[in-house]
Write a protein that binds this ligand. Structure first.
Ligand code: SAM
Ligand code: SF4
Length: 447
């Protein structure tokens, strides 16, 4: 067996793509290893969303180059590949900055890895694939070899929204939905291998508009209905959603499909209408408030999460205060927040009135304090309640398992390994910094 080391940095879709790359290389004799030393192939599957992510790939390559040289001294060969959005965006620049790289493969082209490896093995120099063949890759991917209790499943890729700060439309291409039949097939394979929860992935997942074999288009709500019928699947989640694509049938599904979890990641980025407009988000902060009201009218207990960017060019103190106000008005279960990062080629990168780094840092700190207080308040509101927990894996402490509530909160519970993959009623007793703790309650196992 040859050793394959894949390092992933980025969103859930990168994690999904890394697993697919490992499955694709298994028939060539590559088995995954968890250390880069002595590996026959190293893949860095990295994101490009913020500048720090891009710089990370170059510093990693600098480090891994010496492992490659070491292997060569011992008479072996290590192939070094860069994949993901960073490969798409940087392309030949990667090989120019780090000639030790053998392969550069974009997120729509990694199904071509086997032929690229063959080319590199024939010593024909570097192999570079960054085409955009619309979703062709999914037809070439093997069945998932293994899965956890919670499994990612890509249903949609790319984005046509062109928010002025974001590289995704340039690195992942235009919006494409996979056919529902292909998704259902993959979901059944995952369920057959032990998945109990499906996390449907897409850069704009709620824009899903899948071309069905009967020439009809399926919405995300319809897809979730069909997935709910698969034996073994107990929970369905989806991420990431755009506020403009929250269709009525999807909002209704949160009240009607019992397998659709009461959890929604609905990024708003800013609470200021001026900033939202400059970001090209195509909605106002009040549109967002009204949308949340409609969602909560169907599913009052839904846990909402969001992404925020502070220090977008031109963001004034009043704009930032509007973001804090929106956060107070909505009340989030948890959220991600970032300092605006200039991305080459995006319209915002050349906007005047860039915000100084110290001001961005101060605003981020203030926002994160508010969001953390809301997260703790939400977690505390679960204490004393009995909730359904799906157990995923052993926890770090002996005889404990880690599971998740319907609201995606991690919970630690004293339970035996036979409970992994099962749903059980758990009474929540306390919270620590990063998780809840509870005990198996009453009737115990649910399914
Ligand atoms: N499609 C999702 C949406 O519409 O909100 C977001 C996808 S993006 C991969 C994840 C998050 O990264 C965004 O929601 C945004 O908050 C953040 N992000 C994207 N570009 C950024 C930039 N240039 N600087 C800072 N954060 C950024
Ligand atoms: Fe990027 Fe999301 Fe905007 Fe698309 S909708 S451009 S992925 S932030």
């Amino acid at each position: 067996m040859k050793k394959l080391f894949v390092k992933t940095y980025g969103c859930q879709m990168n994690a999904y793509d890394s697993a697919k790359m490992a499955d694709l290389l298994a028939p060539l004799g590559y088995a995954a290893t968890d250390a880069p030393d002595g590996a026959d192939m190293l893949i860095l599957n990295f994101c490009h969303i913020r500048e720090t992510a891009t710089e990370k790939v170059y510093s990693e390559l600098g480090r891994l180059k010496s492992l490659k040289a070491e292997k060569a001294r011992d008479g072996g060969r290590m192939l070094l590949a860069v994949a993901g959005c960073v490969a798409q965006a940087e392309g030949e620049e990667i090989v120019a900055r780090q000639p030790a790289v053998d392969l550069v493969v974009g997120p729509q082209s990694y199904h071509r890895l086997p032929e690229m490896i063959a080319r590199a093995a024939r010593q024909q120099g570097h192999a570079l694939e960054t085409d955009f063949p619309a979703l062709e890759k999914f037809d070439s991917l093997p069945e998932p070899s293994a899965t956890g209790v919670s499994a990612f499943l890509t249903v949609q890729e790319g984005c046509d929204k062109f928010c002025t700060f974001c590289v995704v439309p340039y690195t992942r291409g235009s919006e494409q939905s996979r056919p529902p039949q292909a998704i259902l097939r993959e979901a059944r394979q995952l369920a057959g291998k032990g998945a109990r929860e499906l996390v449907l992935l897409g850069q704009n997942v709620n824009a899903y508009n899948g071309p069905s074999s009967d020439n009809k288009r399926w919405s995300l709500a319809r897809l979730c209905d069909a997935l709910a019928g698969i034996e073994g699947i107990a929970r369905i989640r989806y991420t990431t959603s755009h506020p403009r694509d929250m269709a009525d049938d999807l909002i209704a599904a949160h009240g009607e499909n019992p397998k659709l979890m009461p959890y929604l990641h609905l990024p708003v980025q800013s609470g200021s209408d001026a900033v939202l407009e400059a970001m090209n988000r195509q909605h106002t902060s009040d549109d967002y408030r009204r949308l949340v009201e409609r969602i909560r009218s169907r599913r009052p207990d839904i846990a909402l999460t969001s992404d925020f960017i502070v220090g977008f060019p031109g963001e004034s103190d009043a704009d930032f205060q509007a973001t804090l106000q929106l956060v107070r008005d909505i009340g989030y279960a948890t959220a991600f927040s970032f300092k605006y990062s200039k991305r080459p080629g995006t319209p915002a990168s050349t906007m005047r009135k860039q915000v100084p780094e110290e001001l961005k840092a101060a605003r981020l700190d203030e926002l994160q304090k508010l969001l953390l207080a809301q997260q703790y308040a939400f977690d505390d509101s679960q204490i004393g309640k009995t909730v359904a927990v799906l157990f995923e894996k052993p926890a770090r402490r002996d005889a404990q398992l880690m599971g998740r509530t319907p609201y995606l909160q991690p919970v630690h519970v004293q339970a035996g390994p036979e409970m992994i993959g099962r749903l059980a009623q758990v009474r929540i007793e306390r919270r620590t910094a990063n998780s809840l703790h509870g005990t198996l309650a009453g009737k115990g196992v649910l399914a």
